[in-house]
Design a protein around this ligand. Sequence first.
Ligand SMILES: Cc1cc2nc3c(=O)[nH]c(=O)nc-3n(C[C@H](O)[C@H](O)[C@H](O)COP(=O)(O)OP(=O)(O)OC[C@H]3O[C@@H](n4cnc5c(N)ncnc54)[C@H](O)[C@@H]3O)c2cc1C
Length: 539
Amino acid sequence: MTAESRTFDLAVIGAGINGAGVARDAALRGLSVVLFDKGDVCNGTSWASSRLIHGGLRYLEYGEIPLVYESLHERRHLRRIASHLVKPLRICIPIYRGAKRGPLMVRLGLIGYDLLAWSKPLPRHKMLGRDEIRAREPGLLQDRLRAAACYYDAQVTFAERLVLENVLAARAAGAEIMTYAEVTDIVIRGGAVASLNCEDTLTGQRTQIAPKVVVNAAGPWVDAVLNKTGKRFPPLIGGTKGSHIIVSRFDGAPRDAFYVEADTDGRPFFILPWNGLFLIGTTDTRYDGDLSSVRATRAEVDYLLAETNRVFPAAGLTIGDVHYAYAGIRPLPAQTGGPESAITRKHIIKSHRRVARGLMSVIGGKLTTYRNLAEHVVDKVGKALGRRLPECRTSDTLLPGGWGLEEARDALGALSALSGAGVDRLLRVYGGRAVGIAAIAQQRPELDGCVDEAATLPEAEIAFVVAEEMPRTLVDIVYRRMMIGLDADQGRTHYARIAELAAAEFGWDDARRDAELYALRAHTDSLQVGRPEAKKLTS
Ligand SMILES: Cc1cc2nc3c(=O)[nH]c(=O)nc-3n(C[C@H](O)[C@H](O)[C@H](O)COP(=O)(O)OP(=O)(O)OC[C@H]3O[C@@H](n4cnc5c(N)ncnc54)[C@H](O)[C@@H]3O)c2cc1C
């Protein structure tokens, strides 16, 4: 049965981290759910983040203590339910003479952070004297260095997979998932949501469903979605843009992650070891441009390069060292005046019952706090439905890849064509779900080889993601399933072979396969800054 003829308790618009979390929670609590996204899962802000699961040390400066507490609490839950994706990260803050934030201020902040994280099992912060930090990080700028503070947070290398696993869990609990399904109209009748229309952006097929409640979790597109009701709403989102660059390990690169104050404007930014590379960012500027083409500008990239070269003087990074860059819009609450960094990162769940009963919008939130946000939203959905829902179970129900890691390691280890590095890679990306890749490699002898010489990309992986993970395009497979799109060379050398394998699984003809390859290459190029031929493709 398609979604067309059905009524749902809940329709969720947007399969970013927040919509995915809401769909999972609601489905686990027994609601009938449909989740729409106008593109693939995690194609919006959620992939363009700094990928930290963090308390948000900086928010303490703005007195957002409940938010920091909530985030630290959630950090613990996510490390448990997604231990294959969310890993601890040691972060150092160097403190220089004349900096906006001196040792006392940093130390007080970290004492507060540790207190708020009380009983959350990560080591407490440590202050390092000048000689200690110099010995540990010899590449760090020494001039005017007074001390350093080191503390722990967590990192989700593949945020895309965190979102996807929430969607897969929602589907396993009965939710219907519609990707490349753009919601085009929300019909309000008699002061309540009556129906919702969407269009498949790949096939043009139109679908109508009748949900009792609609959650607008469209991130930066929340206002655009509200416009589809034909009613007037005051603007809810005041987005700010943040850009990141990705470079290889550079001369003098740190062992730990660094949280540094920029010289130009005093803004803190991160230099993060990530995915065998370094992820550097972010910027923070108000944005009211086109949401469909958000790119890191050359000026933003130059700012991040210059600030990194200043703090790690041997780095000498230039535009030619940037493998790729990405940018996203923080879906923050609309607020005029004041610095961008002072806009609250708390989430708001806005009910629109005066105009349309059963319609609510999610504003703000962080990758870190999505689970808790989803719990609040689903509690409100229960009230809107007039139903007493079961308790939320998402804090102690592991995500699909969180189970069976040892079993998957054994099954992958038995594949003679796969290298040890390949086993590690598959567990990092798929967690325990990787057992399904081993099973396909065993069952289908024609797929028992690897795509790459290093034997890390089994052919069976492509068959697995097509069968089990709902991709619809080659970009979905490379960038949001296999994750090789985020490698230094963006996986380029393997595109043609992956396209062949995907075409065989989907039953695409040659024309479709070539169109998919063209679109994939165009997507890869869109993340480039400067001249691609100047890139050093080493990692
Ligand atoms: C630069 C930057 C760095 C960040 N760093 C961090 C960090 O380190 N840690 C952290 O916790 N948080 C971080 N955040 C915040 C976090 O990434 C976002 O708050 C979060 O990802 C928002 O998720 P979302 O699901 O609300 O929105 P999105 O991920 O944008 O999802 C919204 C979805 O709605 C879909 N959609 C829109 N219109 C329609 C329609 N008409 N029909 C169907 N679907 C539609 C879109 O396609 C999109 O997939 C960062 C944000 C930015 C921008």
